[in-house]
Write a protein that binds this ligand. Structure first.
Ligand code: ZN
Length: 313
């Protein structure tokens, strides 16, 4: 049987804080609050089962509520840790700023939509591959996420690692939790290290690969190592590009071809993106998504492809 897996990294500004200023990314972040209900509507219509990896902080209403884990990360690059930023932002009451960091009602909306799995994208958007980290800080981070969500009855079973880092040794701490599955990377050399490798050649290759099949279809395999299940991703659904809008049909064709190929070979196909990628150009992004979901419906009807979230798989 061939499965169609969708996972989303729901992180708001916590996943972008070290990359872009709040003001520069404002439209994308505020747009998430409009985009998610529309994505959910499409998922309902096409009976899509999806996994939402949520950054733990999103569960709070403001900076003052954020609880500090017992051990904090100690990255070589100080800026990667959000805890000084949280201290600085305490007392913020501006509604727009809060909406760019927190979304407890969206989490409820996702979980009350059929077949949607709430997973974790770590508590603090934790960077597992960064040098000089204290492995017990990762453990404290994950445990905090599990505990926070458990208060509202959520049982977290899957993990999506920030920047697609996959430090196999650190992941072993998951064995002591109920999280038994995580999203891994395609095995192709361009993607296997997630965002740890940011070389210019790699970035250009990945950009071209978005439109033209250079690296293959990346069928998602399920591998078991040490009681943990790795579900590899296949393709990142890049946001609609105004600059390269004439290439958009190629991008969607590339994804549809990969789905068809997965079905023919009885393999899985795993698509992922961030809700903030839909924060601007929402209609164009939704149209793209609908084209993909329509193709899924066709493959489901004619070849028995099945939509499953990470937990179900
Ligand atoms: Zn992230």
């Amino acid at each position: 049987m061939s499965s169609f897996i969708i996972s989303l990294d729901f992180e708001l500004y916590w996943g972008m804080r070290d990359i872009v200023s709040l003001n520069e990314y404002k439209d994308n972040l505020l747009g998430v609050h409009i985009a998610i209900p529309k994505i959910l509507k499409l998922f309902k219509e096409y009976e899509i089962h999806a996994t939402w990896g949520v950054v733990g902080f999103l569960k709070y209403n403001n900076f003052d509520e954020i609880e500090i884990p017992s051990i904090l990360p100690s990255y070589l690059n100080d800026n990667l840790s959000p805890y000084d930023y949280i201290k600085k932002m305490k007392g913020t009451t501006d509604n727009e700023i809060l909406k760019m960091h927190f979304a407890p009602n969206l989490i409820d909306k996702i979980s009350s939509t059929p077949y949607q799995e709430i997973a974790t994208h770590t508590y603090s958007h934790y960077y597992i591959d960064e040098p000089e980290i204290n492995p017990s800080a990762f453990k404290a981070d994950i445990e905090k996420a599990i505990e926070l969500f458990a208060r509202d009855g959520y049982k977290i079973k899957s993990l999506i690692l920030p920047r697609n880092h996959t430090h196999k040794k650190s992941l072993q701490i998951l064995k002591h939790t109920e999280i038994k599955r995580y999203r891994g990377n395609p095995t192709h050399w361009t993607y296997r290290d997630g965002e740890s490798n940011k070389g210019i050649f790699l970035r250009v290759y990945r950009l071209i690969d978005t439109y033209i099949n250079l690296s293959g279809y990346h069928h998602s395999s399920v591998t078991k190592n040490n009681q943990l299940i790795e579900l590899k991703s296949s393709i990142f659904l890049r946001p609609y590009s105004n600059r390269l809008k004439y290439l958009e049909p190629l991008k969607i064709k590339r994804i549809k071809d990969a789905m068809s190929s997965a079905v023919k070979e009885n393999k899985n196909f795993h698509l992922w993106w961030h809700p903030h990628n839909f924060g601007v150009n929402l209609n164009q992004n939704l149209k793209n998504l609908e084209k993909i979901l329509t193709h899924y419906s066709y493959l489901q009807k004619h070849y028995g492809m099945k939509s499953l979230n990470m937990q179900e798989l």
